[in-house]
Design a protein around this ligand. Sequence first.
Ligand code: PHE
Length: 343
Amino acid sequence: MLEKIESILKEASEWSAKSAQDVENFRLAFLSKKGKLNQLFDEFKQVPNEKKREFGQELNKLKTKIEEKFSTLQEQGNESGGHSADRPDIFLPEVPDGLGALHPLTLTRRRISEIFARMGFNSEDGPEMETDWYNFTALNFPENHPAREMQDTFFIAKGKEQKDDTLLRTHTSNVQIRLMEHQKPPLRSIMIGRVYRNEAISARAHCQFHQAEGLYVDKNVSFRDLKDTLLHFAKEMFGKDTKIRLRPSYFPFTEPSAEIDISCFICKGEGCNICKKTGWVEIGGAGMVDPFVLQSSGIDPEEYTGYAFGMGIERIAMLKYDINDIRLFFDNDVRFLSQFKGA
Ligand code: PHE
């Protein structure tokens, strides 16, 4: 047995490897299941007890030496051009780099918060799953009021009274109420988040989208402040020459109310497909906070006034990046998303 050990040791130590295959052959010959080392260990079982100690020691030494030799061969292989984690094979096809891009909605959200932050608006957040009270009733949409028809949504649970229903919010205006309940004016916040509506999905409408809500409540806040703020935002977002137009409209929680249009910066007001030849595109709604809403949130309408606005983030992103189908935002198609790498 000792002779065998010696001859295997000799064979192993004389082994030299010129390629990765030689290293592998070494492993197969000595270290694999059917390799020489294992055969010796099998034979060792037959060795008489009084010899076990001596042979055992030799056998273990052999094992260590073979393992050492194997690591040396492996290292040599790496140095002479083998491949490893820190020495990649330059002939392999390129691994695509994992760098992603921010989603166009994220880019737009960030830009909006940035512009308003510079005008002193802090960012606030509210729940997407909301009660009927915060989404409708407190905003002056009484039960069965036709204005509710404009914003059908997904109901999650039915409350005992209508006002306790749980639903997916249809707009970010719910956060207005939540803020006014807990904070005293002056109050100047921007609230960005996801909203839901029970709408048929098409290139122009989706059952989920995002809004940016603004609220400013203080003494002597006027419609003129609202107009100035929106104009400044439009110029920052779409370019210096952008104009705004406020069209009379109706929302139960603002009085007076208006739709916000911006001049079409694609055709510069001349009329194109984006603005449907009108020269104007709508980006949201706005108005002076209705005294009823201030009062039901615990703010004295005799002392304070305020304005609010809500804008569609998808709409803004579609205009800014020339995207013609709202569904692209939610498909997660890399061919679409990777176009925003440089944005
Ligand atoms: N919440 C309204 C909507 O989604 C927009 C709006 C917000 C209008 C704030 C006025 C004031 O249609």
